[in-house]
Design a protein around this ligand. Sequence first.
Ligand code: ZN
Length: 506
Amino acid sequence: MAEDAKKLYEELIEKRRKAALLGSAGSILGWDERTYMPRGGVEHRANQMALISGMAHEMFTAPQIGELLSKLEDSDLVKDRSSAEAVNIREIRRSYDKDTKLPRELVEEISSTTTKAQGIWQEARKKADFSIFKDILGKVFELNFRVAEAYGYEKDPYDALLDDYEPHATTEEVARVFAGLRDDLVPFVEKIKDSGKHPDMSIIENDYDIHRQKLFAKAASAAIGFDYTKGRLDETTHPFCTGIGYGDTRILTRYNPKHFGQAFFGVIHESGHGIYEQGLRKDENFGLPMGQSVSLGIHESQSLCWENIISRGKPFWKHFFPRAQQTYPEVLGDVKFDDFYFAINDVRPSFIRVDADEVTYCLHILLRFEIEQGIIHKEIKVADIPGIWNEKFTEYFGITPPDDAQGCLQDIHWSMGALGYFPTYALGNLYAAQFYAKALEEMPNLHNEFAQGDFSSLKKWLNEKIHFQGKRYPATELVKEVTGKPLSHKPFMEYLEKKFSPLYLD
Ligand code: ZN
């Protein structure tokens, strides 16, 4: 019997691996599409990608996988719930059920509607005219309702949608944590705004030679632990990170010759994602839940930890600022450390989420989360979104978007059918701060090490506590496991107050 279960398990693993291998061939095509592919190749590439994703989907949802799972779920292999085998079986079951629950015609309708919706959204955004987008957006939301019904949920239809991005999370828990965050963050942002203090932005909005930017960013990303023997850095228009497989993780950025920080912090951000991907033990666990990230929120916690907490922090620049001065002597040669540090930590309410600083960023997310709640619970009508957006925006930021392009039309997510995605960005900030507070408690010397250019203790800690665990724990459990406490907005607020009060409020 035990022998039997082992054989069946091997069979299951083999099938998953093959499907994942095919999927990773799709990832490399996707990477190529966004980097080096000539524009004329768009249609052919779309055909290749559709074929591969269709084939991979068929392999992931093959009835034999369901049969193997049923047998294995009765075996001794699942007895120890946190064993690698039990985790793999549990999580393969989850994804198998989700993948097989959506009827084919619904999947096709979503695909054709969202393709159309993205085109219409682009036009609407360009013309700053929500009325163009309203009807198709209503259709996309309708499809989201049907997805939630097809997946099923216990309490809240939003749970079913959230689960695609933040598995096992509940709306109730997220809403509770976000409400606490809003109550503390809104007045804090207001105080910073009212301080009237502003750094000299000409320090970083200046001429920065792109070739030197590349070398400098790459050196910093290698220093924090992104392994370039198992990864590479390229250029693209929309930066991202893709983990192709063992030994191959790719990060992408774009360079702005008139700005110090966009590429630099972008590269560190993507390196944070990359270090997570490289830490997932894909040599043993490729294609298996034990070799996959926990959730989008946890992924984002890794990028934000390195980008905001570390690379916008003082200890990091104690090491790197003299090097930045050597790299860009004509701009930074005479700049004082404190002025540079203030400039890379500029905080001001602004309309566009992706340009937001680390203090105001979460407010952008809270606003979207609250509107999504209203839509899913049928308390907000599509036509009312612009009005509600602007009202909430004014309440949270103290400024009002001049038009819908700078308001409710700025993000692509809803046109793609992605409802429930936004919260993961704010969760990432909260997870990052809570993890980092614990790391610092366990390793009080971290800041001295950073000032020497040594980031290895933190990387090792993140590897062991988070990356090597794969999907062993859902995000909320992982947070408890690592920090000993449930998720809270408090460590994030404490971090912000400690860092930004001296800059703005003292
Ligand atoms: Zn990210």
